[in-house]
Ligand binder design. Structure first.
Ligand code: TEU
Length: 535
């Protein structure tokens, strides 16, 4: 199947929180396998599994201590094989998370590397001498706070960690490291996975001269930000040396049929388009996962500028768009000022699934799930614990999937690792499955409708309409779909020419006298050649 990933919809499973099968309060692989019918029933193309590898779980699995085995919390390699086999039976591709920018400090290679300066793995991580006054080699800072350098008392050197101190960065300048990491990816390709989500793909390389990062150029009137955002990370990430490595990785993928990669490009607007273009335009990555729509902005201009901007900058590249994931506040909560939760959930479903590119949904999004309110004593996420209350961490979007209205939502028979609370319990799969006007029913409808339409492959043309309406058309050889969205809590009307009827899914949209009227949060997809006429 050529390029199945282009225009595909991927469903992100956060394994700790999807389904527990053994009562320990933590989700696992047999649990996911048992629930694959739910995912297949939505009509998505693939799942992305957040990490399930052996890990001390300091960053919930994004700290790997064995790249070729499954953590016992989640199951075994046999459980993994069973999951992949069942997914394939159901027509779902399986994408796994590769966290190769850094390992856990418990990985045998790091334990060896830190022993002394001459061992065989001495140069596998990024080690540097202190400055004469004993301070770190440069000003680089960690995403999770403080210096990106940690002093190691045995080697009497600093090592680099872009995230937690227990997540030391690999030294990608060493080709032995590259070879070995690629061999771990080959292990999974041979096991039958369909692709990789590449964690922090823009952090793989660092400047070998260890030059200081400069200040982030900022617009004058922006409020004070945290130290990480005040620095431009020109020397600690997004290095040009990454491009030849990504070509090596692509060559590996191309040895197998129909495999894909999606690189997590954690960049702000200033650099994101350039990096996404570089990573996806040649024989490098297949897709770049964008951070553009994971923030507070919910304006027509924002969505238009991201999509148009991407295809202008990267006519040969390919983006993946998402509104929610396991690192950010769930979008219906983030955008709650724009309307009632259910309306915002439905509007954003229709908007996301109409965008040109591939799409990533995060578990629970199909229920219109909201962010869980987490109290300090319930926190597990290290940056949340460190920065509370200014930053409350990522536990609120990681609470268990809610399958039914029972106390633990059908997630576990034990005590869940993060709480299942009343507002989330109310948005459960069982309740929505039988309700024709539920958010879940809408996702199923939209995903089915999208498949047979130009929304999967069609190119976009945006119309110049006044905010707060977003209007565009997607067209391919088979036909065209007009998409209109009212991103506000006030009714709007849009002059449309050439539309006789509205013949697709919609909410609060009516056509009369050449005008489409959209209720607050209203939207419509309609298969026709109509165009929006007003400027
Ligand atoms: O995230 C990378 C990343 O940039 C995020 O850390 C983000 O900036 C942060 O979560 C604030 O929202 C990836 C994973 O998705 C994340 O879960 C891991 O903690 C991180 O890498 C380190 O592996």
């Amino acid at each position: 199947m050529a390029d199945w990933w282009r225009g595909a919809v991927v469903y992100q499973v956060y394994p700790r929180s999807f389904q527990d099968s053994d009562g320990d309060g933590i989700g696992d692989l047999p649990g996911i396998t048992a629930r694959l019918d739910h995912i297949a029933g939505l009509g998505v193309d693939a799942i992305w599994l957040s990490p399930v590898f052996t890990s001390p779980m300091a960053d919930m699995g994004y700290d790997v201590s064995d790249y070729c085995d499954i953590d016992p919390l989640f199951g075994t390699l046999a459980d993994f094989d069973a999951l992949v086999a069942r997914a394939h039976e159901l027509g779902l591709k399986v994408i796994i998370d590769q966290v190769i920018s850094h390992s856990s400090d418990q990985h045998p290679h790091f334990r060896e590397s830190r022993m002394d300066r001459t061992n065989p793995k001495a140069d596998w991580y990024v080690w540097a001498d202190p400055k004469p006054d004993g301070s770190p080699p440069n000003n680089w800072i960690s995403v999770f706070g403080g210096s990106a350098w940690e002093w190691d008392t045995r080697r009497r050197q600093y090592y680099l960690h872009n995230f937690l101190t227990s997540q030391p960065d690999f030294n990608f300048h060493n080709t032995d490291v590259q070879d070995w990491l690629l061999s771990t990816m080959r292990f999974w390709l041979e096991r039958g996975v369909d692709g990789f989500r590449l964690d922090t793909v823009n952090y793989y390389f660092h400047d070998p001269l260890l030059r200081n990062n400069g200040p982030e150029p900022r617009e004058d009137n922006l409020p004070a930000v945290n130290p990480y955002e005040m620095q431009d990370h020109e020397y600690s990430k997004c290095r040009p040396e990454n491009l030849p490595f990504l070509e090596r990785m692509r060559a590996l993928l191309d040895e197998f049929d129909d495999r894909t990669t999606v690189g997590e490009v954690g960049e702000g607007p200033r650099r994101a388009l350039r990096i996404m273009e570089e990573y996806t335009s040649g024989k490098r990555l297949h897709m770049a996962y964008s951070f553009d729509m994971l923030g507070p902005k919910f304006t027509p201009d924002h969505f238009r500028s991201r999509v148009e901007g991407f295809f202008r900058a990267a006519p040969l590249g390919w983006p993946m768009w998402a509104f929610s994931n396991h690192d950010v506040i769930r979008h219906v909560t983030r955008w709650q000022e724009f309307g009632p939760v259910v309306d915002v959930a439905k509007l954003s479903a229709a908007l996301l699934l109409a965008l040109e590119g591939s799409i990533c949904l995060y578990q629970g999004e199909e229920l219109g799930q909201t962010e869980t309110d987490i109290e300090f004593h319930e926190l597990t996420d290290p940056p949340g614990i460190r920065f509370w209350p200014e930053y409350k961490g990522r536990d609120g979007c990681r609470t268990p999937m809610v399958w039914d209205g029972s106390e633990q939502g059908g997630f576990t028979t034990g005590t869940p690792w993060l709480p299942v609370k009343a507002p989330q319990r109310q948005r459960n799969v069982a309740a929505q499955a039988g309700a024709p006007d539920s958010v879940l029913a809408l996702y199923r409808n939209l995903l089915a409708w999208r498949k047979g339409s130009a929304l999967r492959d069609g190119r976009s043309t945006f119309f110049d309409v006044a905010e707060p309406v977003l209007a565009f058309r997607r067209a391919d050889a088979e036909g065209a779909v007009l998409c209109l969205f009212n991103l506000s809590d006030q009714a709007q009307s849009v002059p449309v020419s050439g539309a006789a009827v509205l013949d697709g899914p919609s909410m609060g949209a009516t056509l009369a006298d050449g005008q489409v009227t959209l209720a607050p949060c209203g939207w419509v997809w309609t298969r026709c050649d109509a165009t929006v006429t007003a400027g």
